[in-house]
Design a protein around this ligand. Structure first.
Ligand SMILES: Nc1ncnc2c1ncn2[C@@H]1O[C@H](COP(=O)(O)OP(=O)(O)OP(=O)(O)O)[C@@H](O)[C@H]1O
Ligand SMILES: O=P(O)(O)OC[C@H]1O[C@H](OP(=O)(O)OP(=O)(O)O)[C@H](O)[C@@H]1O
Ligand SMILES: [Mg+2]
Length: 283
């Protein structure tokens, strides 16, 4: 049985639980315990604070973990990055009071910077040859300049709205982050096999993300133009309709180019366009 450490509550929790659910890993959710076994897959889930996940995986207490890249790098623990999960995207940035005129990273020399990420910040400052005083705080970092606890902050930014509401501006982006699946470096062969099965499912779920299955009716004399306009995963499926002179085209489209393509297809004579979500995709 594989043991995976996940965040018990917070920013990573919901996406992590949805990913496991979409991979058809059922958990007994009736009682909220620290450790829950799956009822249909050889895995058990250990719920922890995200700070503790890297060490737990590196030491082998858990075989796998799902944690933010920022936290994984900060903890500097020896574990493998197995898969980049693509959710909880954010960045770690330096920010300063918005009225200050900023003239480059040298501004931070001799300044006091509040952060929960001292290791990543120190590495960055060393690289930039800046000497600053790092003030460690574990939460509400953005308030620090406002209460004269520090001159600047180094923290997570996503939409930037927390910075704005604290009268701060982002001046340097130090690293980008997303949720990672990390793994212990010495998994047994049996555990590696379970991990492969888990990865197979995760890949299928991820491949289907942002993809749509579309079907439409097209007059046969437009088939060539319409199929050429479709950037499907392979060539589309074409089937004759009961109505003489018409066919049905089925294909998979990227959500990103969806509206652009749909407009083109309609203009080329496609009718009755149906768009369906895809649950999983095995490529
Ligand atoms: N605003 C955001 N947008 C996107 N991702 C974020 C955001 N804030 C945090 N994250 C990501 O989610 C992770 C967990 O954030 P959260 O705020 O839940 O952490 P926490 O308060 O340290 O939780 P815990 O109680 O588990 O220690 C962060 O390490 C980061 O990778
Ligand atoms: O750029 P934004 O979209 O505003 O996001 C950034 C904020 O999000 C996180 O805090 P969260 O809201 O999770 O609260 P927390 O401080 O309790 O962790 C993070 O610590 C930042 O404060
Ligand atoms: Mg934490």
């Amino acid at each position: 049985m594989l043991r995976i450490a996940v965040q018990s509550k917070g920013r990573l929790f919901e996406d992590t639980m949805s990913l496991l659910a979409e991979a058809d890993i059922k958990l007994s959710t009736s009682k909220r315990t620290l450790l829950t076994q799956s009822t249909n897959f050889p895995i058990e889930v250990l719920f922890l604070r995200d700070d503790d996940i890297p060490q737990c995986v590196a030491s082998g207490v858990a075989d796998l973990g799902i944690v933010g890249e920022n936290e994984f790098i900060e903890r500097n623990e020896d574990a493998d990055i197995i898969y980049r999960l693509g959710f909880s995207k954010c960045r770690l940035s330096l920010a300063i009071p918005k009225e200050i005129e900023y003239n480059g990273v040298q501004w931070f020399n001799g300044k006091k910077i509040a952060t929960s990420y001292p290791y990543i910040l120190q590495q960055y400052l060393d690289k930039q040859q800046i000497e600053a005083d790092i003030h460690l705080i574990t939460g509400s970092v953005e308030i620090a300049p406002g209460i004269h606890l520090a001159d600047a902050i180094f923290d997570i930014v996503s939409s930037g709205s927390t910075l704005i509401s604290n009268n701060l501006k982002e001046v340097e982006t130090v690293m980008k982050s997303e949720a990672l699946l990390i793994g212990n470096k010495a998994l047994s062969e049996e555990k590696k096999e379970i991990l492969e099965e888990l990865l197979f499912r995760i890949r299928a779920v991820k491949a289907a993300e942002d993809k749509k299955y579309i079907l439409m009716n097209v007059p046969n004399d437009r088939l060539k133009e319409i199929t050429e306009a479709l950037p499907g995963i392979k060539s589309p499926t074409i089937m004759p309709l009961a109505t003489e002179g018409w066919s049905s085209i089925h294909t998979v489209l990227d959500q990103k180019c969806f509206w652009e393509i749909i407009g083109k297809l309609k203009a080329l004579g496609a009718q009755g366009i149906l768009v369906l979500p895809i649950e999983k995709m095995v490529l």
